[in-house]
Design a protein around this ligand. Sequence first.
Ligand code: PLP
Length: 499
Amino acid sequence: MSDGTIVSTIVDRVVRDRAARWLGRAGARLPTFAELAAPSRIPEAFRNALRSLDPDRPEPANLFRVHWYNDRLRTGLAATPCHLVLPPSLTGVRSPIVMQLGCFFPMIGAHKVLAAYGCLVPRLVTGRFDPSLHKAVWPSTGNYCRGGIAISRILDCRGVAVLPEGMSEERFEWLRTWAVQPDDIVRTPGSESNVKEIFDKCAELARDPANIVLNQFAEFGNYVAHYACTGPALAHVFETLRADRPGLKLASFVAASGSAGTLAAGDYLKDKFGARIVAAEASECPTLLRNGFGEHNIQGIGDKHVPFIHNVMNTDVVVGVSDRCTDALDLLFNSETGLSYLAGRRHIDPELLAGLTLIGLSGIANLVAAIKTAKHLELGDHDMILTVATDSAALYGSERRKFLAANYPDGFDGVSAAEIFGQHLLGAADNDVLELTHNERSRIFNLGYYTWVEQQGVALEAFEQRRAQGFWAELREAAPAWDMLIAEFNAVAGWEKGC
Ligand SMILES: Cc1ncc(COP(=O)(O)O)c(C=O)c1O
């Protein structure tokens, strides 16, 4: 478990050298965070080699695609990260809502592969992970462990996915193809919000010193990777749109909290543009809103605890979104009936309609949270809201079929589509929206005590230090320090400087 320190110097040079040579033999050259933040910095030879490489093949060169700039074909680079601009005709609010798309990330079709890279690489380059001895254990509710398995596999490291048995069948199908051995997939009891069960399994696995648990909820590499890479990518999208619309302001950044890694991009956007940071969660599991708990189906978020890497004292608003709403909108966006309603009655642009399928369940939650935020804060047409879709609807076909069968046994028609649009988009109310005062922030921060100090054994001082913004400012310095270690690591692995 994290002791709250950020390791950015080499702890064991022998292990570091062994790991570097191991990766060198696997043909892996590690990209720096600076390269992943701005992929034009990736050496040309590596960029060119990608043109003929399938983004979903387990090849080390695909590490150079672990960024937001993959184009829609996922073979080349886009000038700005792929995004959708969601207009008032769809959202019912005047503020432009812009959604950056995570589905073009390689191997897993979700940006969580960046979080996995961010958690493993600092260990490798500081000599705290030896691929010849260690297994990387990736606890998650689905996408992070897939990212971890993908990263482990292309670096020729052993990886173990730990996830609840109730997650979508598509996630398990993917894992069966990518895991080196069937027992590298560990199923824990429950579904989305059963993270304690995952932690218990990890504690059991950690008794074997060969297992290194990379807990995304507590590894600061997750925070740093998103601050260093996701933040600038979102800023680039905003600046590109503002160039065409002077006067546009970045009012808010909205992200649902799973590990809270993505929310780190909010810290970047607040530093640069003063954007408010909005954390979304499932109304059925209102942990941040009301210290609450409960089951829900917004897969990937809302795990009944406050992640250790969540900079709670810098968060401005919490918004709850019901999974009834995300399941229904998922059906609207991914059915012929729904799309023809949106085209025929709502005159939504066909290109945007085609893009709606690129938004997974938690992305829909972000969209609705953005609408609720715009209503609550009475934002206008110059107040842009940025958000992300971590993955696409492709991962939820089985969930959609279940929802359809349970709710529309006699068929889903145009009237049902109109009801969904009216109720969940146009009619989204600003219930479950909480603007955080100092007291509210403190309440949420303090709630984390029970998970991290009492349950997981984190030292009180390590827990408390995260109240101060100075702690997070210092943490952000880790990215350039790790980049220097990555360059050194690549040199030991046998890569020439500049390659
Ligand atoms: C589909 C999906 N959405 C959202 C999230 C939440 O992102 P984060 O963990 O960065 O808070 C996750 C995390 O695994 C996810 O898988």
